[in-house]
Design a protein around this ligand. Structure first.
Ligand SMILES: [Zn+2]
Length: 116
């Protein structure tokens, strides 16, 4: 099952920013804004899947994992994102653009000239 770090991309139908990448063999498209427990419940009731955004590797890259019932029961360790659904109405998407690779800063930030 292939998993890849997600990129920041634009939806080809509606033009909204999305996170897209492979998660356990499936192509995943999710909204970049994280949701709380209530937002996740509303998304599940609307038939949209939810994903954990887990930073992995060095340098840290974001991966999306589908939140199964088992993962939803556990504690929330990472930000939760909802499967993208295009808003209703006509769409006027901008021309396709290159996806942006995402890196999550980690560790201590050391200034070039320490104050001692
Ligand atoms: Zn869309």
């Amino acid at each position: 099952m292939i998993s890849s770090p997600v990129h920041l991309d634009r939806c080809r139908r509606c033009g909204q920013p999305i996170l897209s990448g492979y998660s356990e063999g499936a192509w995943v498209r999710a909204d970049p804004a994280p949701v709380d427990a209530l937002g996740e419940l509303r998304a599940l009731q609307a038939g949209r899947m939810t994903y954990d955004l887990q930073p992995l590797g060095l340098p840290k890259r974001p991966f999306l994992w589908q939140r199964t019932a088992w993962r939803i029961r556990g504690e929330r360790k990472w930000s939760v994102h909802v499967q993208h659904a295009c808003p209703p109405g006509p769409h006027f998407p901008p021309p396709p653009s290159q996806p942006v690779e995402l890196y999550i800063p980690s560790g201590y930030t050391v200034p070039d000239s320490p104050p001692f």
